[in-house]
Design a protein around this ligand. Structure first.
Ligand SMILES: [Zn+2]
Length: 57
């Protein structure tokens, strides 16, 4: 497994591509994150692509 991630920085984080449910912007969510903030409209988006409303978690 030593050469599996050659070329990267030794990190093993997957990236999930999701679409902002508010403005449709393409966002990238790292596997160690639960949600990401849209860089266009500022909406917090959950890993499943739904809008995060500040509840739960
Ligand atoms: Zn957005």
């Amino acid at each position: 497994m030593s050469e599996h991630c050659a070329g990267h920085e030794g990190r093993d984080l997957g990236v999930t591509e999701i679409v902002c449910p508010n403005c449709g912007a393409d966002l990238e969510l790292f596997s160690d994150e639960k949600r990401v903030k849209c860089h266009v409209c500022g909406t917090w988006v959950n890993k499943d692509g739904t809008k995060y409303d500040g509840t739960g978690d």
